[in-house]
Structure formats: C-alpha cells, structure tokens
Design a protein around this ligand. Sequence first.
Ligand code: GLN
Length: 303
Amino acid sequence: MNFNSILQEVFQEAKTFPVIGNVASTIPELSTVNPDKFGIHLTTIDGEDFGIGDSNEKFSIQSVSKALTVAMAFTFLDEKIWERVGVEPSGNPFNSLVQLEYEKGIPRNPFINAGALVIADMLVSKLSNPKEDFLGFIRMISGCNTIDFNLKVAQSEKETGFRNAALAHFLKSFGNINNDVETVLDFYFHQCSLEMTCQELAHSFFFFANEGKTRYGQQILTKSQVKRLNALMQTCGFYDESGEFTYKVGLPGKSGIGGGIAALYPKNFVVATWSPRLNEKGNSELGMSALELLTTKTGMSIF
Ligand code: GLN
C-alpha cells in the first residue's frame, strides 16, 4: 500500500469539501485556534511514518486523552474498572448529566465526561503524583519526552468547566468519586489539556493497534485488554455519533473537541487527524471525512 500517495489524495480531496462547523467555544482558550488547520499522520504497524499538512503542529487533544487514561487505569485495575463505569454507548452528548440519576451514578462508559471523571478519580487514588505520573506514562508510550500539559488551556477550562464540576459533584453524591472533587477536576482538566502533534498522537495510540505493545516494544496491556478497549472506542468513542463514525469509517477511534481524532486498524496502522472545526456533536467534521476517504480508498476497515 502506498500510503504516501493515498494521504496526498485524501488530503487534497477532503480540502474541497464544504467548510462546516466552528472551533470549540466551551473552553475560551481553544477558541483562539486557527479553524483551518488540517493535518493527518499515519503510522504503519512496521513503524513507518507518513504525515501531511499541519501534522507536526501541537494541538489540545482534549477527550482523545480519555482512551489513554482508561488504558492506564486498566493496567492497574483490569476488570475492576467496570464496577464503577459501564461499557454501553450512551446515545447522549459527551457532557450530559441526564442518565446518571437513573443509573445511580454509574456512567454509561469511560468516554463520556462522567465516565472519564470516574477514571480520573481511580488514577488520583492509585498514583502517588497523579499528574506527573500520568504525563510519564504518556511520554513512555509515545516515545516523546517533550509532550506536556498546556497550563493555559487547563486553567481556561477550570474557570469555565461548570458542567464538569456539576458532574463530579453529582457522581460524588452517589459515592462514585472517592477523592476531593477539586483534585479530580484538576487532574481531568490537565489530562484534557495535553498537547500533541498528529504524529505524537499516532505514536501514543500505537499499542492499541499492536496487541498492547508500544512502538518502542513495551507491553502495556494484554491482547485481550486491548481488544476490549478497541471495542469500547468503536461503540462509544464518538458519543452520540459513534454509530455514524462506525458506519462511515469502520475503525475504532476517539475524538476530542480540540479537533483531533485518533483511529486505528488493528495489526495494520494508527492514524491521527487534526481539524479544529467541530460538527454539532463536538467531533471534527473534516477529520471524520478524511478518515472516511482513507478507509474507502484503501479498503482497510475492520468491517
Ligand atoms: N475538556 C473537555 C470537556 O470536558 C473535553 C470534551 C471533549 O473533548 N469532547 O468538556
């Protein structure tokens, strides 16, 4: 497969599509980003790299980080995670509160904000220096020691993250947050503020495509654990647009309101896209279209 020419084709064709959506507005610091940035990076399972456009510019990975926190929590807690978070699609927006009341404080899955906050609470309980240790994990799996939080973005979300604060307090009222709410929110805002390039993001997600082993040879999770997390990304990674992403793209993936998407074809490749314009579900419109073109042109999808 000549990924160089395929990425060129995908990139050029996607750029002719109508411009849809706007940059995230819920976090003021994210709304300053140039909406027309567009990059794609693909890493094959043999470790070959192909990038195009703005694939080497850092952006805020936001909810893409939820796949990485759940992976880290899985390394410690394995199936015990599911005592406090479910594995079902929610069919609701990522920041919704409604189902929590009926489900007695057990979030539907780890990718909606409620679920990610419970995972953040697990990591805060487990790690001696939660933010530093999580950053260390990210640097290890990505092989990149310069990856860091963007403190301005974390602070901006702290000042405006009222829904997340509400969710965390609500979860605490059900006994599903064990630590101090402010500490959990602080961890969550930092994980979301992580900045990466498309290349760094593809490298970080490599182990999901490689049966649990990073690009640098460390076995993070077992084959079976990775199969499970990929299944969760497939069914829940795009919130109430997960069906649409599965239908059009046919790969497990995770999106974020910074406009990033990481997706993978097990045992074949990992791909990351970045385009900050979001559709009404909070997913990158152009990123989704580019991935649809990629799997259509290559025939490489899990279906
Ligand atoms: N930090 C953002 C929030 O909690 C992440 C949401 C997202 O990327 N979908 O609102």
